[in-house]
Design a protein around this ligand. Sequence first.
Ligand code: MTE
Length: 321
Amino acid sequence: MIRTDPRTPDLFITPVDEVFIRNHLGPHPRLDPETWSLTVEGLVERPLRLDFPAIQGLPQVHFTAVHECFGNPLRPHVPTRAVTNLEWAGIPLAAVLELAGLRPQAQHVWLEGADSGDFAGESGLNYLKDLPLDQASADVVLAHTMNGEPLRPDHGYPLRAVAPRMFGTNSVKWLSRIVLAADRPDHLFTTRLYTRVLPGESQARPVREKDVSSKLLTPDDGRPIPAGSRELAGYAWSSTEVTSVEIAVDDADWQPAVLDRRGPDLAWQRFRLRYDLAPGPHRIRCRATDSAGRVQPLTGDRNAVHEIHVVAETGMRPAER
Ligand code: MTE
């Protein structure tokens, strides 16, 4: 089930009410933390079954990170721009792996959710993703809190994985089982969907690290605004730090925007540019570049340059910005 996006507001932290919900296999499972448990099995020295208090007893971490949906896996190149920036709390996956003890053959971490259902013509599926062990142990957090409140049922209550450098599809909700394995699992959501061929490559790879991307949030797309000096602003993000954002109004040249540094967390970065908008209709575009040298394409891919259309009017009361 894919729900439509609410508009992401122009706030640094996205309110929980505005966060998109992507449940591929139907309504969320109803899990009771009194009976729920997380098992850790496969290539481990000590298979584990952890209940919720045991999880809460482990060392906690707090961080802010962009949470972005890759888009519809059946149409991997179509932009959806469903993106939020959230505060998470939970325990590092590495702490659980340490408790279980890894066998030397363990190379991949499989993360399984408690939901099941049908998708893309396949029935009786569960939700399963996998990550390379080194990336998963370095980055993945098992989160129980979103923006300071317990996860809501649709967002994975009581526990979900958060892979902050990666697209949301890797952040498995209603986490119920972790398997350490020597190989990747063959599954609809691991090897058959959520794969893509990146520009300049010939082999498909799994959808993991976020693309470089940016989104204009001010002014409001499609809304009239007063003509004159206006702030054009939004957020940029990537799996690495974004190093520049440029803005183009109509057919004018790209102009560098002022861009905030990213800081220690994997949060998004605000950009802004003051611009004198003449009366009339305008097309405004933004384009980000990241520290890996990746630049948003003008067209043709899911992270293509974002554009908005506004009409600047004379005689309108100036907005606060
Ligand atoms: N985990 C489970 N168990 N089932 C799902 O359908 N959807 C994934 C991911 N984790 C999904 C899941 C996708 S495609 C995305 S984009 C994010 O969860 C969305 O998380 P949210 O609904 O909390 O925003």
